[in-house]
Design a protein around this ligand. Structure first.
Ligand code: UDP
Length: 432
């Protein structure tokens, strides 16, 4: 048996005040023909990172909508997570080697986890590259419909990694990507649907936080609540560019000496690079005591992360590659302006000049932060516009709607075929 993640209790009706009746009615009517359908989500980790963040509310809401939903995680060694992190990086385009030993480790772990699958489901949704080989190694009749959900930016993958993965991905009836541009080369676009990630507005982290209270919480971790604070929340990872954020902050500090920087992070269990990149980040910060680097091992998680987001003047997410960037969504939902790297899903979320700024260099990042710190009213107005943008497009209820619509389509209820419907029969292929 794959390890089961406990699903919290959640009620759709609790979302009424935020999203309105119409959204809930649509969910109910899409869920009606799916009553009792068995859904299994599988990913690599129950904690840390965007996928866990999405499944935590999505699974119980599917359940409340009348489906039977399970969430399970694969079991794997550190050796596997090292390889799968390299795969993550390679699929996002990094110039890396994929050797036979790495292929074997990945295959062996997928085979081992596939052997642990039991039960039968109507829909099995496999998230991200780590467990993408499950369908190949499992008895396919565990699931009537197999879906692979890609959360990363595979628009320009390293060809060695992409050609290794495509035979496995190609087995799935449908694949889900976050943006059209992320659909990697040679995938059958007829079988692809586009779904953007979302956040849960009722999660303690995302609940509205009065500025004073948020700042008081932030102050417990060092920053002076009377002085301006810029915050980036992210794993310590080269793609998130914490070193670039420090460089941008240093430029801003030349003109605004009071400014403080928080690089809030979490160490995910599937991210072995995290510790070494954290150390790199600390070294880069040097002896500047206005830079704070708090993470979950200091007790910064959930509500505290939200307090940093709500209590900062500016939120930064200066990624160099980004599947979506839930931290951008969260920052906007806390009504703060967001300065984001002009890449991937961040480009979809930030309306440049309206809800924040898109930047493509350290200098541009510094200019945008400086502008927002010196135009606080405009910064507040951008924050409010961002919150409305999230309400309309990026709340978990919309995510649930998209999945229900997709499930109906896979059950051949064509009248609901808004996302593209698969037309090709699925052929079993040999993974290479
Ligand atoms: N996160 C957190 N604590 C941290 C760092 C990150 O709770 O110290 C959360 C963050 O709030 C967001 C998710 O982890 O909800 C990260 O998702 P994102 O899409 O930004 O990045 P990923 O880690 O999936 O690349």
């Amino acid at each position: 048996m794959l390890e089961r993640v406990e699903i919290e209790e959640k009620q759709l009706s609790d979302y009424r005040d935020i999203v309105g009746d119409e959204v809930l009615e649509e969910i109910r009517s899409l869920a009606e023909p799916l009553k009792g359908a068995r859904v299994l989500h599988i990913n690599a980790t129950a904690y840390g990172g965007g996928v866990a963040e999405i499944l935590t509310p999505l699974a119980p809401l599917m359940q409340d909508a009348g489906l039977t939903c399970e969430w399970r995680v694969i079991e794997a060694s550190d050796e596997f997570f090292k390889v799968s992190k390299a795969c993550h990086n390679g699929l996002q385009g990094m110039d890396l080697e994929l050797n036979d030993e790495m292929r074997d480790i990945w295959k062996r772990n997928n085979e081992m986890n596939a052997a642990k699958l039991d039960g039968t489901y109507d829909f099995i949704v496999v998230h991200d590259p780590q467990p993408a080989g499950l369908l190949h190694y499992a008895q396919p009749d565990h699931g009537r419909h197999w879906i692979w959900r890609c959360h990363i930016d595979t628009s320009d993958p390293n060809p060695d990694f992409w050609s290794f993965f495509t035979p496995y991905i190609g087995l799935y009836e449908t694949t889900i990507f976050t943006m059209e541009q992320f659909i990697g080369p040679d995938l059958d676009s007829e079988r692809v649907v586009i779904i953007t990630p979302t956040i849960d507005p009722l999660k303690p982290k995302n609940q509205p936080k009065p500025r004073d209270r948020a700042r008081a919480t932030v102050a417990e971790f060092g920053p002076d609540p009377e002085r301006p604070l810029i915050t980036q929340v992210s794993r310590y990872d080269p793609w998130k560019d914490p070193l670039g954020v420090i460089d941008a902050y240093r430029i801003v500090k030349e003109e605004i000496p009071d400014v403080q920087l928080a690089l809030v992070g979490a160490m995910a269990t599937d991210d072995p690079e995290g510790w070494s990149y954290l150390e790199k980040t600390i070294r880069h910060a040097g002896d500047d005591y206005d830079i704070f680097i708090p993470h979950n091992f200091h007790g910064v998680s959930g509500e505290e992360v939200g307090a940093f987001q709500a209590g900062s003047e500016v939120i930064v997410q200066k990624s160099l590659r980004e599947g979506f960037g839930l931290t951008v969504t969260e920052g906007m939902w806390q009504a703060r302006p967001v300065v984001g790297g002009a890449v991937g899903g961040i480009k979809v979320q930030i309306a440049d000049g309206e809800t924040g700024f898109l930047v493509d260099s350290v200098a541009a990042c510094a200019r945008a932060i400086h502008y927002l710190l010196t135009h606080p009213e405009e910064a507040d107005a951008m924050g409010k516009a961002g919150r409305e943008q999230v309400r309309e497009h990026y709340l978990i209820t919309r995510h649930l709607t998209d999945y229900l619509r997709l499930f109906n389509i896979l059950e051949d209820r064509q009248e609901l075929a808004t996302p593209e419907r698969r037309t090709e029969p699925v052929q079993a292929q040999e993974g290479n």
